[in-house]
Design a protein around this ligand. Structure first.
Ligand code: IPD
Ligand code: CA
Ligand code: CA
Length: 256
């Protein structure tokens, strides 16, 4: 924990993340409305973006920011602050799912102090679950403590992963899948990195890995999974997490 931070300060950052995420969720379309949403394409790789990505992010920043805070937010960009707090915001992680009304997307917010993520909250509107963590204070879902799985054998493990939009990275990802598929119980891919890290934290899946992530995809989720007891490694844009007992074997098979 950065020396200047008390538990009370971290708790307050966790609750700021939580409230901002839950408040923003009120502006999402109703879960019962199953009509596909309009999406536009952004960037070189023409990723989907909806009006909600932009609107929610505005609301989240408006809610969170004190005048001197910094932020890194997917749709808005970067602002350097002077307060020492930087908010890392992904207004909708899993936009492709969201636009098609596939029920796997979340709002993800983290607070960074002194270069460390110290607080995070991820809100899953479909299940109305809020996953939270404060550095050194454990992880919770809806206020109840969560723990990563205590599985021992890789052959019993469910592994979660996601795929880059870039074909050259997908080729590498296909090779990794081919290598590990025969070693594990099964593989899942839900299309929201932040949600998959929450599933790792809650012991629903036993390991997770993904290439080509952005910081806002995993900042909150990696803290939540790590505080729940998972082994988390971030190497550039590659995030790997596993239940502690299978972590060495899993890393060995990934050959990263
Ligand atoms: C995406 C999701 C997805 C991952 C992509 C991300 P977005 O975020 O996290 O699981 O595979 O790489 O870009 O675009 O829906 O916020
Ligand atoms: Ca994302
Ligand atoms: Ca997003």
């Amino acid at each position: 924990m950065p020396a200047c931070l008390t538990k009370e300060m971290i708790t307050s950052l966790v609750s700021r993340c939580t409230i901002a995420a839950s408040e923003a969720a009120r502006y999402l379309p109703l879960i019962s409305d199953q009509r596909r949403l309009l999406s536009a394409k952004k960037g070189v790789y023409r990723e989907e973006v909806t009006q909600y990505d932009k609107e929610l992010e505005k609301k989240i920043l408006c809610h969170l920011l004190l005048p001197d805070d910094g932020y890194l937010a997917e749709e808005t960009g970067y602002r350097c602050g002077t307060s020492g707090i930087k908010w890392i915001v992904d207004p909708i992680d899993g936009t492709l799912n969201f636009a098609r009304r596939l029920p796997a997307y979340v709002i993800s917010i983290a607070a960074e102090v002194g270069g460390n993520v110290v607080a995070g909250a991820i809100y899953d509107p479909t299940h109305q679950d809020v996953f939270t963590a404060g550095l050194g204070m454990g992880a919770r879902c809806n206020g109840y403590e969560i723990k990563s799985s205590n599985i021992f054998e890789l052959s019993d493990a469910i592994i979660s992963t996601g795929f880059s939009i870039r074909p050259e990275i997908r080729r590498k990802q296909a090779e990794i899948i081919a290598r590990i598929l025969t070693e594990v119980r099964d593989i899942r891919s839900c299309g929201s990195a932040a949600l998959e890290l929450c599933w790792l934290a809650a012991g629903k899946v036993d390991a997770y890995y993904e290439h080509d992530l952005r910081y806002w995809d995993y900042a909150a989720g990696a803290l939540i999974a790590s505080e729940a007891g998972a082994d988390i490694r971030v190497q550039g844009d590659f995030v790997i997490g596993a239940a502690p007992a299978i972590s060495p074997k899993f890393n060995h098979h990934l050959k990263i």
